[in-house]
Design a protein around this ligand. Sequence first.
Ligand code: ADP
Ligand code: MG
Length: 235
Amino acid sequence: MVTAAETIIDKARSQGRTVLTEIESKELIREAGISVVETRLAISREEAISISKELGLPVVLKIASPDVVHKSDAGGVKIGLRTATQVGKAYGEILKAIKQKYPQAVVDGVSVQKMARPGVEVIIGMSKDAQFGPVLMFGLGGILVEVLKDVSFRIVPLARRDAAEMIREIKGYPLLEGYRGQEPVDVANLEELLLKVSDFVERNPGIKELDLNPVFAYSDGAVAVDARVVLEELS
Ligand code: ADP
Ligand code: MG
């Protein structure tokens, strides 16, 4: 039986791509039982508006292009859009910004997604080490990972104990326990999420890199709002 995951991977390969789009990446990881923000592709301003109404406002719009990896750096992300007018305007602004910054980029359209409620931003990544094979990374999102490199690593496959340890050993762990009156994050759910990613990576050796950046963690679960999957080159 051909799984939906295989269909997505085959499509990218047939187009000579190893980098999956945000929409493809989210579909893949959703199949692995990981919750992702509902995300759809719009290829016109009108479609962006109608999708935003179907999903329910507020929404987020993002550039959908295999050539734009860091979407917000390029002016390709607009969050907190509350009205159809704002959605229409954001659609135009995103395409304009990308055209300026990446005139050669192939643009699929613009992704429209539900605006996730605020949570603690964490990141989960997988990369392959020449010696150890797939390795998972966990950290808090934003500057904590970029500047302070406050992250932990474990080799795939993870045991439950590994998942529990890698969350607790980052310096920023107190932020997950509830900081200054913030609600504590559901850490058991994050452990489960790491185990699901580990399983998914084990079952799909054709995946070279995976990034869920960020995942919004809540007191009652977690949801990935951005995803990027890179496939192994076929030799
Ligand atoms: P980039 O390609 O720059 O990593 P992201 O998709 O991660 O783009 O979006 C940038 C930031 O916008 C995220 O770190 C997050 O804070 C916010 N964001 C993205 N998508 C959503 C969403 N669906 N709901 C709420 N906030 C979002
Ligand atoms: Mg991101």
